[in-house]
Write a protein that binds this ligand. Structure first.
Ligand code: PLP
Length: 367
C-alpha cells in the first residue's frame, strides 16, 4: 500500500489560489445539517457579506451551489427569452463561453470581437445593436489578464440589462455593482475571494428579476426557486427545500468573506494592486515582456510572453517539480506563448511575489 503524497503547492495559476487560512480551516470544522438554524445563520451572513463584496443592496444575492460557469449559466438561463438579442463583448475565452451559453438559451447573439489582450471597446459594444435585451461582458478576463470598464457600459446601457462576469475581479479589484449599473452578476470563490472552487456568488436586481424567464429550462438554476432556498423572499422566515446546501463550502466562503471584510475591502483591493505592480515590475526586470495592454492590466492575473526559444511547458514543469510553484499556461491560441501568473486573495502579498519571481528566475536559468 502506498500513501498519497500531500502536496503543498504555491498556486499562482489562473485557477484556484491558495485559500485564506481561515477559509481552509473552516473546511475542517464539524459539519452542520443544511437545515440547522446555526447553518441558516451562516448562510444569511454569507449572503450579507456577499452584498458587500459585490457592492450591491440586491436582496437576491446568494452563493449558487456550483462553480463560476454555473453562475454564468444561471445568469443567462434566467434572463434570455427565445430570440432576445444579446450583445456579448468578447475579448477572451470567457466572453466566448458567454456566447455559447447565451446561444444555448435561445439568444440571437451579437458577438463583438476584440483582439486578445485588449480591453472591451465600450463604444463598439454599445453601437453593436440598437436595442439589445442584454449586454454582457467580462470584468476581468482571466484568459488575457485584462480589466474592462464596466461602469462605462452601465452608464450607457439604455434599456438593456447589463450582465457581468466578475469571477476574477470580486474581492480583488474595485467592483461596485449597483453604482455601475450591473443588473446580473456572477462570480467564483476560487480566485480573489481566497476560497476553494465550488460556489458561484450571484446577484440579480429587481429590474432583471422582473424580466426573468418564468420557467427556465434549468430546474436547478431557476432563481424563482433558489430565492426561497436562501430565504431572501422570506422576511417571515419561510424557506423552501431546493437542494442540500454544500454546508462545508458555504462555511468556508463565510470565513473567507469575514477575513476580507475584517481587513477592509478597499485595503484588500490596495493589497492586490501593490502585489500586481511589484510582480509586473519584477518580471520586466527579468527581461520579460507583458502581454496585456498597458493601462488595462489586472493586478491579480498577469500575462507574460514566453521568451523566444524557451519551452513553456518545461519551465512550468520545472517550477512545479523543483519549487512546488504552479503558474498557468496561456489560454486558447496563446497556450504555448504566454504564461499566466495569479496573485489572488491570500497570494496577493509581497513575500509571495518574491517567491514566484525567484522561482521563475531559477527556472529560466535552467531553460
Ligand atoms: N469566468 C471567468 C472570467 C473565469 O476565469 C472562470 C474560470 O476560470 C469562469 C468564468 C468559469 O468558472 P469555473 O471554472 O469556476 O466554472
Amino acid at each position: 500500500m502506498t500513501s498519497a503524497r500531500i502536496h503543498e503547492r504555491h498556486l499562482f495559476g489562473p485557477g484556484p489560489s491558495n485559500a485564506y487560512p481561515e477559509a481552509t480551516l473552516a473546511l475542517a470544522a464539524p459539519l452542520l445539517g443544511h437545515l440547522d438554524p446555526a447553518f441558516l445563520a451562516i448562510m444569511d451572513g454569507t449572503c450579507e457579506m456577499l452584498r458587500r463584496v459585490w457592492g450591491t443592496e440586491n436582496a437576491r444575492t446568494l452563493p449558487i451551489s456550483a462553480t463560476g460557469s454555473a453562475g454564468m449559466e444561471a445568469a443567462f438561463v434566467n434572463t434570455v427569452h427565445p430570440g432576445d438579442v444579446v450583445v456579448v463583448a468578447v475579448n477572451g475565452l470567457f466572453g466566448q463561453r458567454m456566447c455559447d451559453v447565451a446561444a444555448r438559451c435561445g439568444a440571437e447573439v451579437v458577438a463583438v470581437e476584440h483582439e486578445w489582450g485588449q480591453p472591451v471597446d465600450v463604444e463598439r459594444v454599445l453601437g453593436a445593436h440598437a436595442a439589445p435585451a442584454i449586454i454582457a461582458a467580462v470584468h476581468a478576463e482571466t484568459s488575457t489578464g485584462v480589466r474592462s470598464d464596466i461602469a462605462a457600459l452601465g452608464a450607457a446601457k439604455g434599456d438593456a440589462l447589463l450582465l457581468v462576469d466578475a469571477v476574477t475581479s470580486i474581492g480583488g479589484i474595485e467592483l461596485r455593482a449597483d453604482d455601475w449599473g450591473v443588473d446580473i452578476g456572477y462570480a467564483g470563490t476560487q480566485k480573489c475571494l481566497g476560497v476553494a472552487p465550488g460556489l458561484a456568488p450571484f446577484t440579480i436586481n429587481d429590474r432583471a428579476f422582473d424580466r426573468r424567464v418564468e420557467r427556465p429550462r434549468s430546474w436547478y438554476l431557476d432563481l424563482g426557486l433558489l430565492g426561497g432556498y436562501v430565504g431572501e423572499a422570506s422576511g417571515s422566515g419561510g424557506r423552501t427545500y431546493h437542494h442540500t446546501a454544500p454546508v462545508a463550502m458555504v462555511a468556508s466562503l463565510h470565513a473567507g468573506l469575514a477575513r476580507i471584510l475584517d481587513e477592509g475591502l478597499e485595503a484588500v483591493w490596495a493589497r492586490h494592486e501593490a502585489a500586481g505592480r511589484q510582480l509586473q515590475e519584477g518580471l520586466e526586470e527579468l527581461g520579460l515582456e507583458l502581454f496585456a495592454a498597458e493601462g488595462h492590466r489586472l493586478p491579480e492575473l498577469t500575462t507574460v510572453k514566453v521568451p523566444d526559444g524557451v519551452d513553456s511547458a518545461a519551465v512550468r514543469r520545472y517550477l512545479l517539480e523543483t519549487h512546488d510553484v504552479e503558474i498557468g499556461a496561456g489560454a486558447g491560441a496563446y497556450a504555448g506563448s504566454v504564461w499566466r501568473i495569479g496573485l489572488m486573495g491570500h497570494n496577493a502579498r509581497p513575500d509571495a511575489v518574491l517567491l514566484v519571481l525567484a522561482a521563475l528566475r531559477d527556472a529560466l536559468a535552467h531553460a
